[in-house]
Design a protein around this ligand. Structure first.
Ligand code: ADP
Ligand code: MG
Length: 355
């Protein structure tokens, strides 16, 4: 395996990782793969489905432009690869298979997530059953916890960057898009990176230090969107959205949360708090009772798909049980870590608050 070192000074100054192990082939991609269609695209990347001719295996090829706005951005692409390599043993992160280079792009051959984005489940008329949502949030937290243990922060967690291995029934989650991810502590404090307006945490807007808690804000936004089908901070324009974020202006009304248990509201409330230090860590979140209440005794009211006006209340409080489905990938027993947060102490009293 070749080992490459990036010596772009600007890249290193920006806190980017510069060392990768994955060889970058200059062989024509088309000689090895049939490129069959587009899976998604962002500002500087397009992702296409492709099939390895020799094996029939399907991959997602992410074509990343090397020049953006007239600037050489190879360092950013190498960084994205390096982060994926660091997260290689994280089952909740998409696997980097290999890479190719063309005149304009570096192409990352990624594990194919056939179920698409969880975003589709946030905007669908038929939202996911609550028990499915808690399973997906548990898996997202496992992935985020693992990243944070490696001192990595994703900084662009949103429903478009959480994919599923299969669509129906919904498979396991895979986190993608590590373009904004950073290793904490590489070059002092991180302050500058900006994600997508609707999903950015208040500390990013205020140019305050970025920490692992920044990702937990995003998990709160994702949970909100899965349970309500609405984006909590989206305004009519960017300015209004930023104002909503910095004032933590969230609708917790009964109407918005009409279809889920009160524990869901409690979970989201714990994460969407302005001061990063006051948010629970990913490991602490794993012990929240919402994530465990529905996984062993499926109740037809909470496991069938929900339509927009349904309500499924009547929360049962249970100790977090073992989830046989997730056993392999579960990183830490919810009982095993010292709890800074005792979620049971902070439950809103019945009839308290605005939901
Ligand atoms: P960008 O940096 O442009 O946002 P992403 O890595 O997020 O690029 O990819 C853009 C979109 O392509 C994703 O939101 C998703 O819909 C699709 N996509 C990305 N990676 C995969 C994959 N491994 N399998 C299937 N679809 C993917
Ligand atoms: Mg993306």
């Amino acid at each position: 395996m070749s080992r490459r070192r990036l010596d772009s000074r600007s890249g290193l100054a920006a806190g980017l990782l510069g060392e990768i192990q994955t060889p970058i082939s200059t062989e024509p991609l088309e000689s090895v793969y049939d490129i069959t269609g587009e899976l998604g695209r962002g500002k500087f990347a397009v992702v296409r489905r492709c099939v390895e001719k020799a094996t029939g295996k399907v991959f997602a090829a992410k074509f990343l432009r090397k020049r953006r706005r007239g600037r050489d951005c190879r360092a950013e692409v190498i960084h994205e690869m390096a982060v994926l390599e660091t997260a290689r043993n994280n089952a909740r992160v998409v696997n980097l298979h290999t890479a190719y280079e063309t005149d304009h792009d570096i192409v990352l051959l990624l594990e194919y997530a056939a179920g698409g984005e969880i975003f589709d489940h946030c905007v669908s008329e038929e939202l996911l059953p609550e028990a499915q949502i808690t399973r997906l949030i548990r898996q997202t937290l496992e992935g985020v916890h693992h990243l944070h243990q490696s001192n990595l922060v994703h900084l662009d967690l949103k429903p478009q960057n959480i994919l599923l291995t299969s669509l129906s029934p919904p498979g396991d989650i895979k986190i993608v898009d590590f373009g904004l991810a950073r290793r904490l502590g590489v070059v002092g404090e991180l302050r500058e990176i900006l994600g997508t307006p609707e999903y950015v945490a208040p500390e990013i807007l205020n140019y305050e230090p970025i920490t692992t808690a920044t990702d937990l804000w995003s998990v709160g936004v994702i949970a909100y969107m899965l349970v309500t089908g609405e984006s909590p901070f989206a305004g009519d324009d960017k300015q209004e959205t930023y104002l909503n974020v910095s004032q933590v202006n969230v609708d917790y009304s009964r109407e918005a949360f009409s279809r889920v248990s009160e524990l869901a509201v409690d979970f989201v409330r714990k994460l969407l708090v302005k001061t990063p230090e006051d948010r629970p860590s990913a490991a602490e979140c794993m012990s929240h009772p919402w994530l465990w209440q529905l996984c062993l005794s499926p109740d037809p009211a909470t496991t069938r798909p929900r339509t927009v006006r349904e309500r499924s209340c009547g929360t049962k409080w249970t100790a977090p049980p073992e989830d046989p489905e997730d056993k392999e990938n579960f990183l830490e027993s919810p009982h095993s870590h010292a709890k800074k947060f005792r979620f049971d102490e902070e439950r809103p009293a019945a009839g308290d608050g605005d939901f």
